[in-house]
Design a protein around this ligand. Sequence first.
Ligand code: HEM
Length: 456
Amino acid sequence: MFAVVLLCIACFAYWCWCRQRAKTAEPPSLPGAWPLVGHLPLFFGDGCKLWNQMNNATDQCSDVGGAAKINFGPITIYVITDPDDCNTIATTCMEKDPIYEFIKPWIGESLIASKYEVWKNDYKLLTPAFSQIILNTYLDVFNSQSMKLVKDLEKYAGNGPFDLFTYLQHNALNTLCLTALGEGFTDSNLASDYLHAVKSTFDTLVERVIKIWWHNPYTFAWSKLKKEQDGTKVKPFVDILLELSVEKGAFNDEQIRAQVDLMLGAGQESTPNAVLFTMVLLGSHPDVQERVFSEIQEVLGEDRDVEKMDLSRLQYLEAVVKESLRLFPIAPLIGRKLERDVKLKNFTLSAGKHCALLLCGLHKNSIWGPDRCEFKPERWLEPSKVPAHLVYAPFGLGRRQCIGKTFAMMSMKTTLAHVVRSYRIKADHTKMRLKYVATLKPDNEGRYISIEKRTR
Ligand code: HEM
């Protein structure tokens, strides 16, 4: 009897030791690493390959307990998909990953990449600009820009697939300029040049992350990529605004500084892509689209603008947008700097290494149920079917999440309400290939979509 008790105690002590050891252990390395270069060869290639690989890494990470390691040569990147662990990191590590330094030549010390000390102050100053009261005053712009979009698209009605993204992006840029600065981009060539430069900046960012020998600013200075980056710079947007302020007395310095970094750093890639994905999904699910159309008819009637109260009544449309952002998170990962060791549920992350929170992993966590890969907006209408907020984070996690999320939701819903009541959308989401170019995008600028005019 005594021997049995002793054995039980020994087993229990061993179990405790194993648990403790696992907790202080590093997360496991994902499979497929090569000697010396690690996982780098897996991630080399175009944006589509990168996205496929990120997707694989996300699934593998979830399979091994929600935290894992990837090596790009000597550089270690922790990837995290466990909801609790993501939350722990997002709420305790306030500094952004050093990779965000690569975008500073473009957006400087603006909110998205700034040091926590700078961020705290700027965030406080800028938050009032995104209050509901201010956002409500933007509804006129959201409506007029959406109606302009509907008009611009008229020529494509009944004429097969077309490049919808360019229209959505120009529209988003104008909306951002009008709301934040009170001036639109009247010169469409200038807008195109500007958007082209932004695209090149994103491409450069991704290429530099993968080509680790260019992480160092000195080696990067000699690279072809740096030359391309410098060459693609159009006249900086801030200069245009400064000119406007001198010539027309339009803006003061403070407005320019605060708003430009903020808007251009984030708004004009994200919302158009999110609207594009939502339209592809609506076009691929005619039953959902008809239900959205009926809701819009019911709430708005025939031709009236979207008003403040309407937005909260367009509940099914909201569910559609949320579900679209769940399946296609525009920002599938965010990075945090590990300034000290961080204890997770089962592992410990070492200070000084890179850390990527895979938001796309949260969105397909098994908590969402067996239909988690399917487009089911209805799930958002039944509170019992929506899991705790920890597994849904299209706008990021913790205090450094998106300051523009209400702006984005309001503008996207207004755009979609106008477009869906004017056109019947046709698309096939199964033909859509995705690419990761600092944001998640369809690889073919939306040429999966065609529209037909609705008869009223
Ligand atoms: C569907 C649309 C959008 C999505 C999915 C989105 C997503 C995100 C995410 C995931 C982050 C966190 C980034 C990180 O932690 O590194 C973020 C940050 C940010 N977003 Fe958005 N965003 C959207 C629209 C917008 C718009 C329209 C604006 C501006 C009007 C905006 C402004 C910002 C800013 C300034 C930050 C940095 C916030 C901070 O660090 O305090 N976003 N966004």
